[in-house]
Design a protein around this ligand. Structure first.
Ligand code: TYD
Ligand code: MG
Length: 451
C-alpha cells in the first residue's frame, strides 16, 4: 500500500498536508511529499510478554574495544570502537572526514586479519579512494572497498562478507529503493541510518556513518540522526587553518566533550598530542590585548590565546563581536567592565577572538577575556609568561573553576611561570605544588596570584 507523507527537510517533522511553512520549526518551503511504498502502520496486535531481569543480575561483560591506533581518535571515542555500536562523524564538506576514516580503516584492517573492514563509498570511485590511500599510506589487503549507494545492496554485502567494521561514506548518498524520495532527504537519511544501525546491533560490527553538515538545506543535516546513534563526533576547523578538532558531542561509551587535535598535511591527518603549543605558536609576546587562557576540553587542558581589540565606534550602537567565543558572553563581560570597573566602553567597538580557530564554550575563559579587554583598552601588555583562568559573575566577582590543577600543570609544562587564578582555586593548586618547567635549568614553583 502506498502512503503519502509530507516531511520537513529542515527538522524532519511529518505533516498530513503540505504547507508553505513548517509548523514545527518555522522554516519556509521545506516540506516535500514522500510516498512510502509499503505500509508500515502498526497493526495494533497484542505484544508478547517480555522477560525482565534485575539490574544486579545482568552480566558486567564489556565488549572489547578496538583501538584505531590513532591516539587522538581513540581518545574521542573513549578508548576505541565498541563492537555493535554506531558512530556518526559529521562535519563540513572537505574538512577531512574521508581522509581520517581511510587512515583509521587501514590501521584497523591491519590490526585484525580475521575480520575485514568494509569501506562503502558513495561519493568517490574506488580508484579515487585507492589513490588517496596510496598518498596517505593507508593501504591494507584486509581493507575492502566498494562504491555503492543502494542501502539494500550494502546490507546484503554486509550479510555476506561479515566485516568487523563498516564505514558508510556518506549517509546522504545512501538511498533505499523502498522510498521514492531523493537521496539526502530526511526520510532517506533516517531510514537508511536506522537500517544500517540495526544491522550493526544484530551482527556485532561497528558502524561508522559519515554525514555532511550543510546550511543550504539541500542535504538533510545529520542532526536528525544524533539520537539514533551511540556516539556523535563532529570534525571542526576552518579551511584557512591546517588544524582540525574532533569533538565528541555525545558518547554512550565514554566521556562526551573529549577532543582530538589533528593537522591536515599532504600525507593525511597527523595527530597533535601537544595541542597547546600549536595554538600558541603564532603568539607575539607583549602585545596589548593578548592573554593566554588555560581551558579544559573534556579531560584535556589546552592553552589558547585570547585576543581583544577595542576601538572607538563609528556606529550608533557599538559592536560587540566574538570569534571562537559566545557573543552573548562577551557582551555580558563588556557590561561588567563598564558597570563594575567604570571602563567607558559605550562609545567603543569590542572584538574578541580565540587565535588559531579554537572554540571555547566554558565560562572559565571569562577572566582571560576581561583581562584582554582591559589590556587592549589601556594599551598595556599583559606579561608574556602569565596564564589566566577564572569565571566572572555579573557583580564582577571571580568564581572558581573545575580542574584547576590540570590547567596549572599544562601552563607550567609549556614554560609559563605565573598563574592568575580565582582565590577559591588557589589552595588546590598550591597543594599540587606545580613546578614551572622553565627553559633555563633553574626550576621553581609556579607563581600563583589569586584574585
Ligand atoms: P576529505 O577527507 O575528502 O573531506 P570530507 O570527506 O570531509 O569531505 O578531505 C578533503 C580535503 O583535504 C581536500 O580539500 C584536500 C585535503 N587533503 C589534504 O590536504 N591532504 C591529504 O593528504 C588529503 C587526502 C586531503
Ligand atoms: Mg568525503
Amino acid at each position: 500500500m502506498a502512503k503519502s507523507l509530507f516531511v520537513c527537510q529542515s527538522c524532519g517533522s511529518e505533516h498530513r498536508k503540505w504547507s508553505g511553512q513548517c509548523s514545527d520549526c518555522g522554516e519556509w518551503n521545506s516540506i516535500t511529499e514522500q510516498v512510502i511504498e509499503t505500509s508500515t502502520a502498526r497493526t495494533g496486535g497484542k505484544g508478547k510478554v517480555l522477560s525482565t531481569s534485575s539490574i544486579t543480575d545482568i552480566s558486567r561483560e564489556q565488549k572489547a574495544r578496538r583501538s584505531t591506533d590513532i591516539e587522538e581518535l581513540d581518545r574521542v571515542l573513549g578508548g576505541g570502537l565498541v563492537p555493535g555500536s554506531a558512530i556518526l562523524i559529521g562535519g563540513d564538506p572537505g574538512i577531512g572526514k574521508s581522509t581520517l576514516l581511510l587512515q583509521a580503516a587501514a590501521k584497523l584492517a591491519a590490526s585484525d586479519k580475521a575480520k575485514q573492514v568494509l569501506y562503502v563509498t558513495g561519493e568517490e570511485s574506488v580508484q579515487q579512494v585507492r589513490m588517496r590511500g596510496e598518498r596517505i599510506e593507508a593501504l591494507d589487503e584486509n581493507l575492502m572497498l566498494v562504491s555503492a549507494c543502494e542501502l539494500e545492496s550494502i546490507l546484503a554485502t554486509i550479510d555476506k562478507t561479515r566485516p568487523g567494521i563498516v564505514i558508510v561514506d556518506s549517509i546522504q548518498t545512501t538511498v533505499s529503493s523502498r522510498l521514492t524520495s531523493a537521496p539526502g532527504t530526511v526520510s532517506q537519511v533516517r531510514d537508511c541510518a536506522a537500517a544500517l544501525i540495526q544491522s550493526a546491533k544484530q551482527k556485532g560490527h561497528a558502524m561508522i556513518l559519515v554525514g555532511h553538515v550543510t546550511k543550504d538545506g539541500a542535504l538533510a543535516g545529520p542532526r536528525v540522526l544524533e539520537h539514533m546513534v551511540d556516539a556523535v563526533i563532529y570534525f571542526e576547523g576552518d579551511r584557512g587553518h591546517a588544524h582540525r578538532i574532533l569533538r565528541a558531542v555525545k558518547n554512550r561509551f565514554g566521556p562526551a566533550g573529549e577532543i582530538g587535535v589533528f593537522e591536515m598535511t599532504d600525507r593525511g591527518l597527523l595527530g597533535i598530542v601537544d595541542a597547546s603549543r600549536l595554538f600558541l605558536a603564532e603568539r607575539s609576546a607583549d602585545t596589548p590585548g593578548s592573554v593566554v587562557l588555560a581551558c579544559m576540553e573534556g579531560t584535556r587542558p589546552l592553552l589558547v590565546e585570547v585576543q581583544a581589540l577595542i576601538a572607538p565606534t563609528v556606529y550608533s550602537t557599538p559592536k560587540r563581536s566574538a570569534v571562537g567565543l559566545d557573543t552573548g558572553r562577551v557582551a555580558m563581560l563588556t557590561a561588567v567592565l563598564e558597570r563594575r570597573i567604570g571602563l567607558p566602553l559605550s562609545q567603543h567597538d569590542v572584538y574578541v577572538n580565540i587565535a588559531g580557530g579554537a572554540r571555547i564554550a566554558e565560562p572559565a575563559a571569562d577572566l582571560a577575556v576581561l583581562l584582554a579587554m582591559v589590556s587592549a583598552y589601556q594599551e598595556r601588555a599583559v606579561p608574556h609568561d602569565v596564564v589566566v583562568f577564572g569565571e566572572v559573575g555579573l557583580t564582577g566577582e571571580i568564581r572558581p573553576v573545575g580542574q584547576p590543577e590540570a590547567r596549572a600543570r599544562e601552563a607550567a609544562n609549556l614554560g609559563f611561570t605565573h598563574l592568575l587564578l580565582p582565590k577559591e582555586n588557589h589552595q588546590r593548586v598550591q597543594k599540587a605544588n606545580i613546578i614551572a618547567n622553565m627553559r633555563s635549568s633553574t626550576k621553581s614553583p609556579l607563581q600563583l596570584s589569586a584574585v
